[in-house]
Ligand binder design. Structure first.
Ligand code: NAP
Ligand code: NAG
Length: 293
């Protein structure tokens, strides 16, 4: 217990220092005015909220997901909210030709690109790993390879504009959490791909920022239904989460943590006391509710 206490105090101290050192909030909504953005997975949840924030800030938006009916509604709401323009392209990101086509179509309608916001995920389960490696492969296509494909296709435009890539990941992409083995696999892989690429951009003097977003539990329908009461902590607001992502991307931050404390503190423990962190994270689950949804 003494060790736990010391580690927590040390973590809080370091987190405070990091927060005040990097916390200057010089974000202005005008930064997004007239900017051209692609938002994937924007028919619901955090992606939908990001589209609305961008709309209020006056961006040109191209959104994508599979469900055309939902995308239509999001586009019309974006236009009402003040988007400079808003369009959708419907299709599935398990198809790399589609992933590439979204970028090409966006290029035609936007004439360039400032923000590539990669947010979609394929459907998965919240339960013990069921042994289905085929599902892991499919999820890697949707959650990782389509991100890589879109990045490659968009890079010439992003280089031209000095633009930004925003990658929506998760606490489950930094710390191995249970009941999401296929999902966790894909989110860890995103960190590898994009953080390695960011290092190469420095050497190549490629002026394209990469922002990896580490999110805690957020109150989207999908997440709340999947978790089904099996996690004790209440989910955070998807509207606030979406805004935090956009701010971090516009400020060209390396990573965004939302909610800040509930992601940053455990991450400070991660490399010093992994067993302790594993034990602490196991405590948030109600095992009797796992797999009841
Ligand atoms: N909510 C959380 O607690 C939480 C926590 C950490 C991280 N995150 C991350 O936040 C991001 C958004 O999650 P969310 O909670 O907002 O989820 P969501 O509401 O389920 O949104 C997922 C989006 O992806 C689209 N999608 C699903 N399958 C697709 C496919 N095969 N091809 C293309 N698009 C597809 C969905 O639309 P269609 O069904 O119409 O295709 C939807 O627009 C994800 O990257 C997730 O990992 C969420
Ligand atoms: C990189 O791009 C940003 C945003 O477009 C711009 O503000 C900055 O001046 C650029 N830096 C260089 C070195 O070109």
């Amino acid at each position: 217990m003494g060790l736990l206490w010391k580690l927590l105090v040390a973590s809080v101290g370091i987190a405070l220092a990091v927060y005040f050192y990097t916390g200057q909030d010089d974000f202005k909504p005008e930064m997004l005015n007239g900017k051209r953005a692609i938002v994937t997975g924007a028919s619901s949840g955090i992606g939908e909220q990001m589209a609305y924030h961008l709309a209020r800030m006056g961006s040109h938006i191209v959104i994508t997901a599979r469900t055309e009916e939902k995308l239509k509604k999001v586009v019309s709401k974006c236009l009402e909210l003040g988007a400079a323009s808003a369009q959708y392209i419907a299709g599935s990101m398990d198809n790399m030709e589609f992933a590439e086509r979204v970028v090409k179509e966006a290029e035609k309608v936007l004439g360039g690109l400032d923000f590539l916001i990669l947010n979609h995920i394929g459907q998965t389960y919240f339960n013990y790993f069921d042994g289905d490696v085929g599902h892991v492969r499919k999820l890697l296509e949707i959650n990782l390879l389509s991100y890589a494909t879109m990045t490659v296709a968009a890079l010439p435009m992003l280089k031209e504009s000095g633009g930004s890539i925003i990658v929506v990941s998760s606490m489950a992409g930094k710390v191995a959490l249970p009941f999401t083995v296929p999902y966790t696999t894909t989110k860890f892989a995103l960190d590898g791909f994009f953080s390695s690429l960011r290092q190469e951009f420095y050497f190549q003097k490629t002026n394209v920022s990469i922002t990896l977003c580490v999110l805690s539990y957020i109150d989207t329908d999908t997440a709340v239904n999947a978790v089904g009461g099996a996690i004790d902590t209440p989910p955070a607001s998807k509207e606030e989460c979406a805004l935090a992502i956009i701010k971090g991307g516009a400020l060209r931050q390396r990573e965004v943590y939302f909610e800040y404390w509930s992601t940053k503190i455990p991450l400070l423990l991660r490399d010093w006391a992994p067993d302790l962190l594993d034990r602490m994270s196991r405590n948030v689950y109600n095992l009797e509710k796992i797999g009841k949804h």
